[in-house]
Structure formats: C-alpha cells, structure tokens
Design a protein around this ligand. Structure first.
Ligand SMILES: [Mg+2]
Length: 319
C-alpha cells in the first residue's frame, strides 16, 4: 500500500478526557479504515518514530486481520484511578461499576489519602499500585513497606515502582512487582522474567496482538492485559487478546470510562466489574463531533507517513 492510499483512509479526532490522565486532557486519535474494521493509532505526543511504528503496526493489524479466537465472553476489569483530587475519587470509582480491584496511580503527594478514600468507598478493595517508575529505590522501599504494614494482602502488586529494571531488581519488597514500561521499552525478556512477579502487556505499544502473543509465550510470569487509554475502537484488540488467553485475569481494559465521549454506537464501557468481548460499530456522527481542525490533521498525517516508512522498512527486512 502507498502512503497516500493509507492517508486517504484516515480520520483524526480528539476526545476530551474526564480526568487529567498523565497530563492528557484531549486524547488525539487517528482512525484507519481497513479491510476488516477500523484500527486506532493513538501514540502519545512525546513518542519517538520507532515507538510510533509499533503503534501503527498494531493499528494496521487490527484494521486488516482477524482477531484471535476468544475463550470467554467477558473480561473482568480493574477500576483505574488517575491522580484526581480526593473529592473526585468516589465519582471516578462509580465509572467502573462492580469492580473491586482498583488500580491507583502513586508517586504523588496525596497517595495515602487517595488510598484511604478508595477503602472508604470499597472496603474489600484489592489494590494495584502504579508508580510509572517515579520512585527511587529508597522511596519505593519506604513507601511500599509502610503501605504493606497497613494494608497487607489487600495490595495485589505494585506496577513499575522504579524506572530501570536494575533498580526494580534491587528492591526488597513485601509486595509483588509487576513490570510495565521495561517491557515496552525493550528490556531483555529473560531479565524481565527474573525481576517480575507479573507483567503488564499492552497491545498497541508492543506492535499488535500477534507480537504480544509471541512475547507472552516467552514470559514465564502471569500477564495483565491493559489499555493505553484508547477509545472503544482501539480497545477491541486488547479485549480480544485477553479473551484469547487460557488464564483468566482481572485486566486494565475499562479505561474507555475515562474518556468524555467515544466514537462508536456501542461503547466498550465497564459494567458489573467487566467488559464485553465483541466488535464495535463506528458512529460517523461521533467522528464528525470530535474531528480535529485541519492543522492537527496534517500533523497526524505527517506522523503516520513517517511511522509507515519504518513499518514498511521493517516488514521488508523480516520477509
Ligand atoms: Mg503502568
């Protein structure tokens, strides 16, 4: 396929977020119409062209290939609590009805107060903490040990406490460690196996469902399939991957709830602690509502064209 043909299949939209998620207030998304369905290309603004190329591979795979066969019809999901004010905690939790596993972003000033709020609203909550690599070894050690002393096994794991795999290896924590960013950023798999108790797997940053499946084969730890704040269009692939795996796991696939709108007639919103395993139907009215001005469209076209060059070059090398 030529770049011009690819770009003729693209729609560029921006959906406001309901909370400030990693500093993102408008989720910019390029949709790509394929042979089978629409794919979503929505890498974050600060990514390199190499990372963009993986996201584009994932979008093109979703658009043009069959999804893997599901072995279940719903995926249990955790609530995802970004860095919101204490007064907003109960509102955010209400967007994930029925979820008792709550993933809480930590590494901020009022972590403990936010965690207390979670337990005030869901007394039997199981917590997943996500530090996004923000802690030093000493900070992780002190903060997580003191949390464990208060809450014990109510804390299921901590995701990416420190930035580097070497730092995470050096930790001596009473809480299991889930590795996220180190996998996406290409650390060695056998090293990850030796540090991680669990591994977070996200379809788009890893280059698609098939590449994620190959990685999972090489991981000897349980995996938690998570999203990268996609719309329902992009969420289909993550849900399909989770639905295909033999082992059922509570996943981080309910984040459509964090967007203030969607692009489909039948959004993949969480309900009864889970999301449905199914396809979605693009709603042209929503696309029109959220379509970005020409200036941003041009920016995304340039970004897709650059990433597509990489994808084509890689594919030629692999053949
Ligand atoms: Mg994470």
């Amino acid at each position: 396929m030529q770049t011009s043909e690819l770009l003729s299949r693209v729609e560029v939209v921006g959906i406001p977020t309901r909370t400030n998620f990693r500093g993102v207030k408008l989720r910019e998304i390029a949709l790509i119409k394929g042979e089978k369905r629409w794919g979503e290309f929505s890498p974050f603004a600060d990514y390199s062209v190499e990372r963009d190329a993986l996201w584009l591979r994932a979008a093109l795979e979703a658009a043009n290939e069959d999804l893997p066969k599901p072995v279940r019809t719903r995926i249990p999901i955790n609530a995802t609590l970004p860095e919101v004010s204490l007064s907003q905690v109960s509102e955010v939790l209400s967007w994930f009805p029925g979820s008792t596993t709550v993933k809480v972003k930590v590494g901020t000033a009022d972590d403990e107060a936010r965690i207390r709020e979670v337990f005030a609203h869901i007394p039997d909550a199981r917590l997943r903490l996500d530090a996004n690599g923000l802690f030093t070894i000493a900070q992780a050690q002190e903060f997580l040990t003191s949390l464990y002393n208060k809450y014990g096994h109510k804390i299921e794991y901590v995701e990416q406490p420190c930035a580097s795999l070497a730092e995470n290896r050096a930790l001596k924590l009473p809480i299991p460690i889930a590795i996220d960013e180190n996998l996406r950023l290409g650390d060695d798999i056998s090293e990850i196996n030796s540090v991680a108790d669990l591994v977070i797997v996200k379809v788009a940053p890893l280059g698609g469902v098939n590449r994620a499946l190959k990685l999972i084969e090489r991981l000897d730890k349980p995996v938690v399939i998570s999203s990268a704040l996609e719309s329902s269009i992009g969420m289909v692939a993550g849900i399909a991957l989770a639905a295909h795996l033999p082992q059922e796991m509570v996943c981080g696939l309910g984040t459509v709830a964090l967007l203030d709108g969607d692009l489909v007639t039948d959004p993949l919103l969480p309900n009864a602690g889970s999301v449905e395993v199914r396809e979605v139907t693009l709603d042209p009215n929503r696309v029109a509502e959220f379509r970005l001005p020409q200036e941003q469209v041009t920016k995304w076209h340039n970004r897709i064209a650059r990433a597509f060059e990489r994808v084509v070059a890689h594919t030629e090398r692999e053949v």
